[in-house]
Design a protein around this ligand. Structure first.
Ligand code: ATP
Length: 469
């Protein structure tokens, strides 16, 4: 293990800690990640005594000496060294009250500090003093849980989760990120303590949820959230998607599991969190719109438009951004069926131009979402769809090269229409503008000024407007 602490910084900390005669350890996620061979740049140092004093002296011993950021309220200090962020804290003992996840903190021993950690795999420490440099201190056998791929609380899980219910989200997040199982007792305790999640702020919950979204297989996390009853508290709209209704023996597909499949399928194709959110939300309005129609079966009429309307409420409650990122997700949800519809019909230039116009620069993302959305078990059907999508992509490319519709602005704008016919802003201006846009998208005229101007004159004449002299 000594070789694992090769980074020069550990020797420096070790020397300073020995000079100050302070018992000092590297602890938590950094130690866990050494054993998992996951590179980590965040180092947590715990010392029996003042973490701030230790940090100050370590900084002094380094050349050049880095700035120390001190957080007095938390008794912590942070410094950056090369590409590492190192946080220093005094070992502490924590006790909790019922209504808050903010503990009462006292100075403590290493053992006290390990007892307050969330999971056995996160409670391991490596000695940094000369006498125990690189020695593992692992009172809860985290090493064995690492080998067995188990998430387990070090103490009674009911106390661990009730004290700080954010740990419920963390358990599920680590299980998703690392592909670990949650130990049976720990899992049961999450179920028993699920109502406690209500004391956690939306900001903290979304941080964990976004980490689940960015994991290699996010469905693991959402299934765990559902199985433990957390999902219906934090994300009722998604919970609603689970289950299959039947009328006259006809069921629809389970939209919860379908959605998770789409989400997992999109992961290898994008690191864009918002495209992943689009995958999670693309069918969010299916429960609200589902209807059984005789002779037709289950329908979800306008679920994309209703989905768009649901998104601001979800984003606001979850403290997700209400800016262009949300609008991007709305656009994806709104358009998510268009390429499929397109590929089922004859792929006309006009339909392709319209799609390009509406999706703009996000057209490739939209195609990625649509391809992920093909989850049929019927492999012939899947093959057919994917083949058609290839055609759609090809056609998109051709039309874009020919007509540059992507960030299309009609060559004749409202300003010019008003000037030409001496108009104030009015209904007619909108009618002419839309007619020009439609004529270009439908291929009636080309995307250039002269043809658009002539078309404008014709359209205006139909409306009885006279050109200003
Ligand atoms: P990641 O960097 O992926 O979030 P991490 O384990 O390093 O993983 P941090 O949030 O940086 O996560 O926490 C560092 C360490 O602090 C953890 O390994 C754990 O020992 C401890 N810890 C963090 N949050 C809690 C908590 N809510 N309850 C108990 N211990 C915690």
């Amino acid at each position: 293990m000594k070789s694992k602490l090769k980074h020069k910084i550990f020797r420096e900390i070790s020397q300073v800690a020995d000079q100050m005669q302070m018992e000092t350890y590297v602890i938590g996620g950094f130690v866990r990640d050494i054993y998992l061979h996951r590179p980590s740049k965040d180092i947590d140092i715990v010392t029996v005594g003042s973490g701030i004093e230790l940090a100050r002296n370590v900084a002094k011993s380094l050349k050049p000496s880095p700035r120390v950021n001190i957080f007095k309220n938390f008794g912590t200090a942070m410094l950056k060294y090369k590409d590492m962020e190192i946080e220093f804290v005094g070992a502490r003992k924590e006790s909790y009250q019922q209504d808050s996840r903010k503990p009462i903190v006292e100075n403590g021993t290493l053992e006290d500090d390990q007892n307050r950690r969330d999971f056995t795999i996160n409670a391991m420490a490596l000695g940094l003093n000369k006498s125990n440099f690189g020695e593992l201190l692992d009172p809860f056998n985290g090493i064995e849980d690492l080998e067995d791929l188990i998430i387990r609380t070090p103490l009674d899980p009911d106390i661990t989760f009730s004290d700080d219910p954010l740990r419920i989200m963390r358990a599920i997040r680590f299980s998703t990120q690392l592909g670990f199982d949650i130990h049976a007792g720990t899992f049961q305790s999450i179920i028993d303590n699920r109502e406690r999640i209500k004391i956690i702020s939306a900001e903290r919950i979304i941080e964990e949820l976004n980490k689940i979204m960015m994991a290699p297989k996010p469905s693991i996390g959402f299934k765990l959230l559902e199985e433990t009853g957390i999902l219906k508290i934090i994300f009722p709209e998604l919970q609603q998607m689970k289950g299959v209704a039947k009328v006259k023996g006809i069921g629809h597909k389970d939209n919860f599991y379908h959605t998770l499949e789409v989400l997992d399928r999109i992961v290898p194709n994008t690191e864009n969190l918002w495209l992943r959110w689009s995958a999670l939300l693309h069918d969010i309005a299916k429960p609200a719109t589902k209807k059984f129609i005789d002779g037709q079966g289950w329908t979800f009429y306008a679920h994309n438009f209703i989905g768009v309307k649901m998104i601001p409420g979800i984003f606001r409650r979850m403290k997700l951004p209400l800016n262009e990122k949300m609008r991007y997700v709305q656009k994806m949800v709104q358009l998510h069926m268009r390429p499929i519809v397109l590929s089922e019909e004859e792929i006309t230039d006009s339909a392709v131009r319209r799609l390009l116009f509406e999706a703009g620069d996000d057209i490739d993302d939209l195609m990625t979402l649509c391809e992920a959305d093909i989850t049929s078990k019927n492999s012939d059907k899947v093959k057919r769809y994917l083949k058609n999508f290839k055609l759609v992509r090809q056609k998109l490319k051709e039309i874009e090269e020919k007509d540059t519709i992507r960030n299309f602005q009609p060559p004749v704008d409202g300003e010019l229409i008003m000037k030409t016919f001496d108009l104030q802003p009015c209904r007619e201006v909108g009618i002419i503008k839309d007619a020009i846009k439609d004529a270009i998208l439908d291929g009636v005229i080309h995307n250039n000024y002269d043809e658009a101007f002539t078309f404008m004159l014709e359209k205006a004449a139909e409306l009885g407007l006279k050109k200003k002299n």
